[in-house]
Design a protein around this ligand. Sequence first.
Ligand code: NAI
Length: 241
Amino acid sequence: MNKKNLAIITGGTSGIGASITKLLKQNNFIAIANYMYNTAEAENFSKKNDIEIFKWDVSNFEECQKNVQIIEKKYNTTTSILINNAGITNDRMMHKMTIEEWESTIRVNLFSCFNMSRAVIQQMRNNEFGRIINISSVNALSGCVGQTNYSASKAGVIGFTKSLALESINKGITVNAIAPGYTDTAMTKKMPVEIIGKIKNLIPAKRLCNPKEIADTMLFLINAPAITGATINVNGGLYMQ
Ligand code: NAI
């Protein structure tokens, strides 16, 4: 594969996304990180790693189309690798969940996959090459108390992945998902310490995953032309519990 390929990583300046962006740059991809919140952190990441960052909301269809065009024009190439990583949680028990908490979670976690894939898929088909990797979650498979919105969005990501994989493999494009278990990032840092302690006890590996372990799986999938429509579990054995 020509490693001077353009890779766009949504939510690529923090946590799992930051690890993926850095690893792709180290592997000679043109790695571009999208982000939405915490501009200071994103700018710091950009400076420290010499990675270009672009701010837009991946739940917004028009913003995705516009920014992909801007990036492709700037680098005078089309996108070869799309990592749909941006995601949020808005946890609450169903009987207390608001429609806004439901809708924003589905929009950021699931609509984003459509919005971004729609922006790159035609060119990937024309080029007869592409890799799309979507970040799901162990909780899409197992369910989780307080996460009807999140689990539904991440289960939707798996169905989306399989259908787009079937549509695309004859054009040299693979589409896969990774379902991380609890991973040591800002998302888990905002959970109560005692809950994280209990979760660690439940995980057969007795620890959280680290973001680099998710990034390594990503690189493996990028280099695996015969793997498509798969959901790779990276969770220290949690799903088997
Ligand atoms: P994080 O909170 O560190 O990163 C999420 C990133 O998404 C941030 O950079 C944020 O700016 C970006 N983002 C959020 N809303 C956005 C929007 N509307 N437009 C553009 N960017 C937006 O979280 P983390 O843990 O690195 O999560 C990355 C992905 O991994 C998410 O999809 C998450 O659901 C998933 N995941 C995380 C797990 C964990 O335990 N940390 C476990 C399973 C899945």
